[in-house]
Design a protein around this ligand. Sequence first.
Ligand code: 5RP
Length: 222
Amino acid sequence: MITQDEKKKRAAEVAVNYIKDGMVVGLGTGSTVMYLLEAIARQGLKISGVTTSKKTSKICASLGIKVNDIDNVDHIDVTIDGADEVDVYMNGIKGGGAALLMEKIVAKNSKRNIWIVDDTKVHDILGTFPLPVEVVPYGSGRLLKKFNDKGLKPILRMDKNKLPIVTDGGHYIIDLHLNAIDNPQNLAEYLERQVGVVEHGLFLDVADVIIIGGDKNIIKER
Ligand code: 5RP
């Protein structure tokens, strides 16, 4: 039996084959993407990366991967990112690494989106992984109460010093501990209507390809 990390690495090693020299590549955030960045550097691929977090930018700098600002490229050929959970419809939950806002901006501006996950993250329906919602700090207490009254089981994400974690965009994260999301589209629309919500971690109809690392790798295409 291979470890979860080995599965992540396998998915990343498959994904690197989708990248060619000269491409503008959106680079996600997280431990699975870390394996992808290592593979890009190892193969000496000459890409222009568009990063989705300060963390990813820092890793790119240390590996010598060229990075460009999203507003200085005229297109993004492909974005490769991880996910926290994916369902059978190729929808997903992202934001476990608190980078969902920039990840969604980069994804929505990409010609193609590829996700790399290990097979423990695949579920029939979404919701096992708590759904991250990025919110403006001002009034976040009101949103917590509102979500709680609606039965969404919200918890403000804290760091090890018991302070709210602050995203690269200067926002807080509220995680909704739902266990099962019966209608992701409805929930996404509800969250988008709430003032103070900046973005949510439901990525619906975003992934074109999902590479699932496991004993045997699986590639799903929309
Ligand atoms: C960050 C994300 C990541 O893609 C997600 O958390 C997966 O991370 P990992 O590859 O470390 O399991 O959405 O906001």
